[in-house]
Design a protein around this ligand. Structure first.
Ligand SMILES: *[C@@H]1O[C@H](CO)[C@@H](O)[C@H](O)[C@H]1NC(C)=O
Ligand SMILES: *[C@@H]1O[C@H](CO)[C@@H](O)[C@H](O)[C@H]1NC(C)=O
Length: 380
């Protein structure tokens, strides 16, 4: 039954999410030093709280899904709140979750007005955003700024030989203090320009959609590509390549453990520092193409993904394209959960390619990749 499987998936996601959250907590434990003596069973309060929130979400969804929509009308408590608002505020608690993390929020807002923001208070920004505390309040202090770069180190070309190390405040990204260091840790993070230059250009498997081919498809359909949005676009390589074809693409990207936003800006591209759960900061029907990279995958709860895809629909113009690039999920879920979910958009399938994900995690979990190019219909 679809619902039971959805619930199982949600539980799985909750488990993964909890693990990821605890990872974040480990990595930010310096900010969370607590004067209280540890409790005997060593389960920190914030983790207990998160587990409760996740359980409450599951309980809520269970109730929500078990009740046919009409039934809720008979319950007086549910009548005044639109059910989608209820659902979404559980999935993504619309800034109210700032109140769930007072220690981080206080750290962020504890500053002297009109002077330098205290060191460390900028480091909690992403911690808050990732916990659903977004938008953040504005502040009246001066954030630390890297030194003025020389004009030659700010290239017009989005594929410079090297990104400028001095333009990054590395204290946030320990242990690395340079882009070379990041490349040594992992050459596939997107900071190695000699790698990035060939991305999106070659057709190595059915899952690839080289940009020249994409432009050809659009041209053949008399569909102009001028403006685009790359969701979870890392260091901005899609936007960089499209810039060389005179197409303007903005990239949403988070930093998490490396200077992704800084790298996008250093390449002369526009980074939008917004999380996946946020309404896209773009007006209705204004872009020609939206690409979802690997950041959009099965780790996002299916209900959240549904809201994301419908927001993409909102910002796409009629005849615009949605490109799901290497979306991964379990094979069985692609068939039973994600393909039907994508189908709700009613888009035309220009390309639909799937293949097994053959890395160790993919083999272990029976995962597959989907690359799809979908065209938004023209309104009737
Ligand atoms: C606020 O900042 C001051 C000065 O750095 C510090 O002494 C105080 O503990 C901070 N308060 C909170 C709630 O973080
Ligand atoms: C992009 O625009 C520039 C300036 O108008 C033009 O010289 C160049 O040929 C264009 N490039 C492409 C790939 O269309």
């Amino acid at each position: 039954m679809g619902f039971t499987m959805g619930l199982n998936l949600l539980l799985l996601v909750a488990m993964v999410a909890t693990n990821i959250l605890s990872l974040y907590h480990l990595s930010s434990s310096i900010q969370q030093q607590n004067p209280k003596p540890p409790t005997p069973h060593h389960v920190p309060d914030y983790l207990v709280h998160q587990l409760q929130t996740i359980r409450a979400t599951i309980n809520h969804l269970t109730r929500h899904q078990n009740n046919p929509p009409d039934h809720s009308v008979t319950r007086p408590t549910a009548t005044s709140i639109p059910s989608d608002l209820l659902l979404y505020s559980h999935l993504s608690p619309i800034a109210s979750s700032c109140h769930n993390h007072p220690e981080l929020l206080h750290k962020y807002m504890n500053y002297t007005a009109f002077s330098l923001c205290p060191p460390g208070s900028d480091d909690v920004v992403e911690a808050l955003i990732l916990r659903g505390c977004h938008p953040l309040p504005r502040r009246r202090c001066f954030s630390k700024t890297p030194p003025k770069p020389s004009s030659s180190s700010l290239p017009q070309n989005p594929f410079p030989a090297k990104l400028l190390d001095d333009a990054v405040l590395w204290s946030r990204y320990s242990p690395c203090k340079s882009f070379d260091c990041l490349n040594r840790l992992n050459p596939n993070m997107g900071f190695d320009m000699s790698n990035e230059i060939s991305n999106f250009m070659a057709y190595k498997s059915e899952l690839d959609l080289p940009i020249p081919q994409l432009l050809q498809i659009a041209k053949a359909a008399s569909s102009v590509l001028r403006l685009g949005l790359d969701i979870g676009g890392g260091t901005g390589t899609f936007a960089g390549r499209m810039k060389l074809y005179n197409v303007t693409v903005v990239t949403t990207t988070l930093n998490v453990v490396a200077p992704y936003n800084e790298a996008v800006a250093l390449r002369g591209l526009v980074p939008l520092h917004v999380p996946l759960q946020q309404r896209l900061p773009v007006f209705d029907g204004s872009v020609d193409i939206v690409r979802c990279g690997r950041a959009v995958n099965r780790w996002i709860p299916a209900a959240t993904l549904e809201f994301l895809l419908f927001d993409v629909d909102r910002v796409l113009r009629a005849g615009g394209y949605l490109w799901l690039d290497h979306f991964f999920s379990k094979g069985v879920d692609l068939e039973k959960v994600y393909a039907p979910l994508i189908g709700k958009l009613g888009y035309r399938k220009v390309k639909w390619a799937t293949a097994s994900k053959t890395d160790s995690a993919g083999l272990k979990n029976g995962e597959v990749y989907l690359t799809a190019l979908l065209q938004k219909p023209v309104p009737k």
